[in-house]
Design a protein around this ligand. Structure first.
Ligand SMILES: Nc1ncnc2c1ncn2[C@@H]1O[C@H](COP(=O)(O)OP(=O)(O)OP(=O)(O)O)[C@@H](O)[C@H]1O
Ligand SMILES: [Mg+2]
Length: 297
């Protein structure tokens, strides 16, 4: 049974001044936050943008995710690390509804989302990239970018008929935005090449660039630095910091510890599908249990 007492509405003004979550009215959120509190010693100071509690996912006899919880504060760059096979990608798949949990709940902006389709979650402002990038090989790099912005007016037949000038203006703005983002990830010179001609690392960059086209509130990145050359990794980190300053929140899976340490406010550690630790990068770096989990793999 989940104990939601910690976040039940409380009439005491003194109590709510100490704990900003004390007045959470939403029962789903209160229960998920109580689950998060079980694994996170330092309570969050604000309502999370993304929160998941008690997630379980079995694949046949393998329990890939085992009662895992996580939360992402708005405006943060949050890390998710763990040894190979720890369940990080499976947790991403659960958070973004690419697979359904056997148990547990996911809330985005305070609303349950695990019953929604991934595209509906994207429309609400949460997008993700894949560990092995998924790009449309037979479209150009620029076309891949423009397709990501398919919610625009230009897609609607009647508005194209009645508002041709507005459509032309929007398309011009979209192209400019696409080119600016491609420039920032070092792919502008490839804009008119087939996406299939990109290297593995470049595909990852294109996928991240494509995610930015929709101006999401939250981006989940699955190993953004894998296969990317070191110079470009530094540039990408700088851009993530800038996009974060513009208001985008990030949840990042990464094996490159320099990236995690330099970017993240808070780091969650998974091992064998379970929460092992959570803390600042400094705390995680010196946590003996985390060290043991990595050495033992
Ligand atoms: N679709 C699936 N069917 C069966 N088993 C799966 C499936 N997806 C993942 N697994 C298993 O679940 C466990 C967790 O895998 P997952 O890919 O989530 O780990 P990860 O932490 O992302 O690892 P890595 O760092 O290597 O990417 C592994 O044992 C994996 O083999
Ligand atoms: Mg993975």
């Amino acid at each position: 049974m989940v104990d939601s007492a910690a976040h039940q509405p409380d009439s005491s003004p003194d109590n709510s001044a100490l704990d900003p979550l004390a007045n959470v009215q939403n029962q789903d959120l209160a229960e998920v936050l109580a689950e998060v509190e079980n694994v996170s010693p330092s309570p969050a100071l604000e309502l999370p943008l993304l929160a998941a509690g008690g997630l379980i996912k079995n694949f046949g006899g393998i329990r890939a995710v085992d009662h895992a919880s996580i939360e992402v504060a708005p405006g943060s760059i949050t890390g998710l690390i763990g040894p190979n096979g720890a369940g990080k990608t499976t947790l991403f798949n659960l958070l973004s509804s690419f697979i359904r949990p056997d148990q547990g709940r996911v809330l985005f902006d305070g609303e349950p989302i695990q019953h929604l389709q991934p595209y509906q979650i994207a429309q609400r402002g949460m997008v993700r990239t894949f560990q092995v990038a998924r790009v449309l090989s037979r479209l150009s790099v620029l076309e891949n970018m423009l397709l990501a912005a398919q919610q625009q007016t230009g897609e609607k037949f009647w508005s194209a008929w009645f508002l041709p000038k507005q459509i032309a203006k929007e398309e011009k703005e979209l192209r400019e935005r696409a080119m600016a983002i491609l420039q920032s990830v070092g792919l502008a010179h490839m804009a008119h090449e087939y996406a299939g001609a990109l290297s593995g690392g470049q595909r990852k960059l294109l996928e991240m660039a494509r995610a930015l086209m929709t101006r999401p509130k939250l981006i989940l990145l699955d190993e953004p630095a894998a296969g990317v050359n070191p110079t470009l990794i530094n540039q990408i980190c700088d851009h993530i910091v800038n996009w974060n300053k513009e208001g985008m929140t990030f949840l990042i899976i990464e094996h490159n510890m320099d990236v995690i340490m330099s970017l993240c406010d808070r780091v969650w550690v998974l091992a064998e599908g379970r929460n092992l630790a959570v803390g600042t990068p400094g705390e995680i770096q010196t946590n003996p249990q985390v060290l043991e989990a990595y050495l033992g793999q």
